[in-house]
Ligand binder design. Structure first.
Ligand code: 6R9
Length: 647
C-alpha cells in the first residue's frame, strides 16, 4: 500500500453514474451559490399534498436558532415511501429480509408493505395513538420494525427507535424522556443464534414508565413471555382485527417524524428531533447520488434500525426512491465469517454499505471466507460510523471488491440526518481514509479553538456554515440544550464535535471526536454515561472514562476507577463492574479495561485532567505536558506504572 494512493474513477463507472466529476463541480457550485433555488428544485423529489412556497427559513444564532425547510408544504413520509410507488411497483420487492438463520428469508413487495403498514397504522389508532403521540420501537431487525416506523409516519405519530441491545434502564430513560404512551417490541430477538429477551426487558423498563398504556408484541421466536392484560397485545392479533385501508395523515413539512437518542459529551443522551419534509428530501437525495442507486438494484445497508444509519439508509432513503432494500437480522460471523458475502451472492446485492469495525473483524479471519464466495453482483461498497483506516480500506477494496468496486466513505451524524461528506462513485477520485468532498449544499469549515476560520490545507474543528434540509431541528423538549451543544462554541456555525484535516486537494479527513464522546465499533458513547453507571455501583467512589485505540473496535473503553475507602480491588470486582455497566446501559458500553486508581489527576479546582488520562490509556506518556499544576502530581506516576494497555 502506498501512502497517499489515489484511485481514479474508471471511465465506465463515470459514464454509468448519475453524476460525473464535472457534473459534481457544477452542481455543487449551484448548490452553494444559490441554496434557495437549488433546494427548491430538489424538494420536488418527493410528492407534496400541498406544495411549498417557502424553501428555507434558518437562523443559526446568536440568540435565536431555528431551522425550517419547505415550511408551508404538506406531505406524508409513508405515502412517499410506499403509496407513491404502487402504480408501477406494487409487485416489486421493497424489502428483502434475511433472517439470522441462513434458511430464513423473504421478499416483501411494495403492495404487501402497503397492507402491513396500513393495518398496523389502524391497530395503533384503535389503541388511541394519534398524531403527535410518541411511540417507542424496541425491536429486532425484522420487517415489522420497518412497518412500525412507517405506520407511525403514516398516522403522524413520532417514533423513537431504541436499539435492541440497550438495557431495561436505558430503555426506560428514553421512554420517559419523550413520554411515550406506546411501545412496539417482540417476544425475543435472535442474533447469531442467541436470543435477546426484548419483551422481558420491556416489562422491566415499564415498571418505571406509567404513561405507557399499550405494548404491541411481535411473535418472533415464540418464547415464553410475561403478559399484562389490558396493556399488552399481540401484533398479529391487533393487525388482523382492523381494516387494510389507512389514509396517510397530512403532515406539515416541519411536523416531527422521529426522535432518536444519541450520546453527547455531557449528561443524558439527547433526543435528536427530525421532521418530515426536509429530512425525507435529504435522505432520498443522498441515497440516490451517494449510492448511485439505479432502479432494479439490490441495496444492502448492514446497520441496525436502532441507529440513524438504519433510519435514513435502510428505511427512509431507499424506500422513498422505490428501491429494493435488504434488511439483515443477524451478525457478520454467524454461522461463519462468510455470512455477509454469502448473503450478497444469495440476493445478488449490487450495493453494500457497512462499518469499518465489521471490516476489521472480518479482515482478521483472512481472505478465504471472502474468496469462497463470488460477490460478482457487487458494484459499489460503502463505509460509515467512524474513520476507516487505510489498511481496512485497501482490504475492503481489494479482497471484498476485487478492485472493481469504488468505496464511498460517508461521513455524517445522527444530527445531520443524512450524509454530508462523501465521494460520489462516478465523480470522485478516492483516497483511502478520506471522506473526500462535501455533498451538494454542504459548506464545511475548519476553525481553530477561538473560532477563527482556517483556509487551505489545514486542520481544525469541523463546523458546517449553513443549513441543509436533513439537519436536526432541536433536542426534544430542550431547545436550549440544542443551542448550547451545537451553536454556542462557534457562533453562527453548526459544530459537529469532530476534528478534521483538509488536504491540498480540498479533501476532508475526519480525525475523530474532539469532545468527550468515544466511538466504539461505530457506536457513539458518552464517557459521562459510562462514568455515571460506574459510580452508581456501591463500591465505586469515582471514575473517569476515556477512549483508547482498539484494533477491531476503533476505540475501546478505558475506565479509571477509585473505590470507596475500605474496598479492595480484585479480579472478581473488575468482572462485577463490567457486568454492572452492561446491565445499566447495555453490552456496547462494557469497559474493555479497568484500572484501579487510588487517585485521579485533578486541577486545584477539582477538574479531572482527561488529557493526561487519555495519554496514559494510549500507552503514550512521552508528552504529558505540565503536570505541576495538579493538586497531587504524584498520582500520575502511579497511574503510569499500573497502566492496563502496555505495549
Ligand atoms: C452516521 C453515524 C457520528 C460520529 C461522527 C464521527 C463518526 C461517522 C464517519 C465518522 C469518520 C466517517 N463518523 N461516520 N468518522 N468517517 N465516515 O455514524 O452517526 O452514530 O451519530 O455518529 O461518528 O465522529 O461525529 P452517529
Amino acid at each position: 500500500m502506498t501512502e497517499g494512493a489515489v484511485y481514479e474513477v474508471s471511465e465506465s463507472t463515470a459514464s454509468a453514474a448519475w453524476i460525473d466529476e464535472s457534473g459534481y463541480f457544477s452542481l455543487y457550485e449551484q448548490s452553494v451559490s444559490n441554496p434557495e433555488a437549488f433546494w427548491g428544485e430538489q424538494g420536488k423529489r418527493i410528492e407534496w399534498f400541498k406544495p411549498y412556497s417557502e424553501v428555507k427559513d434558518v437562523a443559526y444564532g446568536p440568540g435565536d436558532v431555528h431551522i425550517r425547510w419547505y415550511g408551508d408544504g404538506t406531505t406524508n413520509v409513508a405515502h412517499n415511501c410506499i403509496d407513491r410507488h404502487l402504480a408501477e411497483k406494487r409487485d416489486t420487492t421493497a424489502i428483502i429480509w434475511e433472517g439470522d438463520d441462513p434458511a430464513d428469508s423473504k421478499h416483501i413487495t411494495y403492495g404487501e408493505l402497503h397492507e402491513q403498514v396500513c393495518r398496523l397504522g389502524n391497530a395503533l389508532k384503535a389503541r388511541g395513538v394519534k398524531k403527535g403521540d410518541r411511540v417507542t420501537i424496541y425491536m429486532p431487525m425484522i420487517p415489522e420494525a420497518a412497518y412500525a416506523m412507517l405506520a407511525c409516519a403514516r398516522i403522524g405519530a413520532i417514533h423513537s427507535v431504541v436499539f435492541g441491545g440497550f438495557s431495561p434502564d436505558a430503555l426506560a430513560g428514553r421512554v420517559q424522556d419523550c413520554a411515550s404512551t406506546c411501545v412496539i417490541t417482540a417476544d425475543e430477538g435472535l442474533r447469531g443464534g442467541r436470543k435477546v429477551p426484548l419483551k422481558a426487558n420491556t416489562d422491566k423498563a415499564l415498571e418505571s414508565c406509567s404513561d405507557v398504556d399499550t405494548v404491541v408484541v411481535v411473535k418472533r421466536t415464540g418464547g415464553d413471555v410475561g403478559w399484562k392484560d389490558g396493556r399488552d397485545v399481540w401484533y398479529h392479533e391487533a393487525c388482523a382485527d382492523v381494516s387494510a385501508d389507512c389514509p396517510a395523515e397530512e403532515m406539515n413539512a416541519e411536523d416531527p417524524l422521529f426522535i432518536l437518542y444519541t450520546s453527547g459529551s455531557t449528561g443524558k443522551p439527547k433526543g435528536v428531533l427530525h421532521t418530515t419534509g426536509g429530512y425525507l428530501v435529504y435522505a432520498a437525495m443522498t441515497h440516490h447520488y451517494v449510492f448511485d442507486y439505479h432502479p432494479g438494484e439490490v441495496y444492502w445497508c448492514t446497520a441496525d434500525v436502532g441507529w440513524v444509519t438504519g433510519h435514513s439508509y435502510i428505511v427512509y432513503g431507499p424506500l422513498a426512491n422505490g428501491a429494493t432494500t435488504l434488511m439483515f437480522e443477524g451478525v457478520p460471523n454467524y454461522p461463519d465469517a462468510s455470512r455477509f458475502w454469502q448473503v450478497c451472492d444469495k440476493h445478488k446485492v449490487d450495493i453494500f454499505y457497512t462499518a469499518p469495525t465489521a471490516i476489521r473483524a472480518l479482515m482478521r479471519e483472512g481472505e478465504d471466507p471472502v474468496k469462497s464466495t463470488s460477490r460478482s453482483s457487487l458494484r459499489l461498497l460503502g463505509s460509515v460510523g467512524e474513520p476507516i483506516n487505510p489498511e481496512a480500506w485497501e482490504w475492503y477494496h481489494k479482497v471484498v471488491g476485487d478492485e472493481r468496486c469504488p468505496i464511498v466513505d460517508t461521513w455524517w451524524q445522527t444530527e445531520t440526518g443524512g450524509i454530508l461528506i462523501t465521494p460520489l462513485p462516478g465523480a470522485t477520485p478516492l483516497k483511502p481514509g478520506s471522506a473526500t468532498r462535501p455533498f451538494f449544499g454542504i459548506k464545511p469549515v475548519l476553525v481553530d479553538a477561538d473560532g477563527a476560520v482556517l483556509e487551505g490545507a489545514t486542520e481544525g474543528n469541523l463546523c458546517i456554515a449553513d443549513s441543509w434540509p436533513g439537519q436536526m431541528r432541536t433536542v426534544y423538549g430542550d431547545h436550549e440544550r440544542f443551542i448550547q451543544t451545537y451553536f454556542s462554541s462557534y457562533p453562527g456555525k453548526y459544530f459537529t464535535g469532530d476534528g478534521c484535516r483538509r488536504d491540498g486537494d480540498g479533501y476532508y479527513w475526519i480525525t475523530g471526536r474532539v469532545d468527550d464522546v468515544i466511538n466504539v465499533s461505530g457506536h457513539r458513547m458518552g464517557t459521562a454515561e459510562v462514568e455515571s453507571a460506574l459510580v452508581a455501583h456501591p463500591k465505586v467512589a469515582e471514575s473517569a472514562v476515556v477512549g483508547y485505540p482498539h484494533d477491531i473496535k476503533g476505540q475501546g473503553i478505558y475506565a479509571y476507577v477509585t473505590l470507596i475507602a475500605g474496598e479492595a480491588p480484585s479480579e472478581e470486582l473488575r468482572k462485577e463492574l463490567v457486568g454492572w455497566v452492561r446491565k445499566e446501559i447495555g453490552p456496547i458500553a462494557s469497559p474493555d479495561l479497568i484500572q484501579w486508581a487510588p487517585g485521579l489527576p485533578k486541577t486545584r479546582s477539582g477538574k479531572i485532567m482527561r488529557r493526561i488520562l487519555r495519554k496514559i490509556a494510549e500507552d503514550d506518556f512521552s508528552n504529558l505536558g505540565d503536570t505541576s499544576t495538579l493538586a497531587d502530581p504524584g498520582v500520575v506516576n502511579d497511574l503510569i506504572d499500573n497502566r492496563m494497555n502496555k505495549a
